[in-house]
Design a protein around this ligand. Structure first.
Ligand SMILES: Nc1nc2c(c(=O)[nH]1)N[C@H]1C(S)=C(S)[C@@H](COP(=O)(O)O)O[C@H]1N2
Ligand SMILES: [Mo]
Length: 197
């Protein structure tokens, strides 16, 4: 079953194409420092911080979790949007439920293989469309786009979605990630054009 979440913009009172964006058919690659490469024998995905049960998965274990396929739009802060991306993976709420999030957790930091980090308030993460993605258009997620595993955040500019994600840290206080420390918006709502801070 595939869920179409491309009507998400209605929640934000905006058009499907957010202001100042241009639709592209291509799927450009944007990375701060190239594709890091991963080793399937040693790759691990971990959940830690303010949780009852820290979690750790190999690639095979992760891809055995209950998964779903969604059609989503993708908005890059540099001005392009790609409609109708088919992503398959595990939802944030599914994973958070397995870890048991502590009552005092308010914020989340995503960690990635290339040293990238990005942050979001917990409320912005506990949404079905925040997905840990390992398939794109029915194929394994290409490494340039964050394979083996990346996050997508269709309600935010795409820098909130860590490619090559290896960990999720639940925090009791807000912190800023890589681009959030370097001038990009902490809130990143495309329909309010929250590009810079
Ligand atoms: N680990 C990691 N994740 C990242 C980045 C990065 O440099 N490293 N770049 C971000 C930015 S700025 C964007 S626009 C999207 C780009 O995703 P794409 O290359 O699949 O288009 O990934 C985001 N996630
Ligand atoms: Mo970006």
């Amino acid at each position: 079953m595939t869920t179409d979440v491309t009507d998400l913009h209605e929640e934000f009172g905006g058009e499907r194409l957010p202001p100042g964006q241009r639709e592209t058919e291509r799927f450009p690659v944007l990375s701060k420092s190239g594709t890091p490469g991963w080793n399937p024998a040693t790759w691990e995905f971990e959940v830690w911080g303010a949780v009852d049960e820290p979690l750790s998965y190999t690639y095979d274990e992760f891809t055995d979790l209950p998964a779903e396929t969604q059609v989503q739009d993708f908005h890059c802060v540099t001005g392009w949007s790609k409609f109708d991306c088919e992503f398959a993976g595990v939802t944030f709420p599914e994973l958070a439920g397995r870890a048991g999030v502590d009552d005092d957790a308010v914020h989340v930091m995503f960690h990635a293989l290339d040293g990238y980090t990005t942050n979001l308030p917990l409320d912005d993460c506990t949404r079905e469309e925040v997905l840990f993605v390992y398939e794109y258009d029915g194929d394994p997620l290409p490494e340039d786009h964050g394979g083996p595993l990346r996050v997508v955040t269709p309600h935010k500019y795409a820098y909130k979605g860590a490619k090559w994600v290896t960990g999720v840290e639940f925090l009791t206080e807000a912190e800023r990630g890589y681009w959030e420390k370097r001038g990009y918006s902490n809130t990143a709502n495309p329909w309010q054009e929250e590009r810079y801070s």
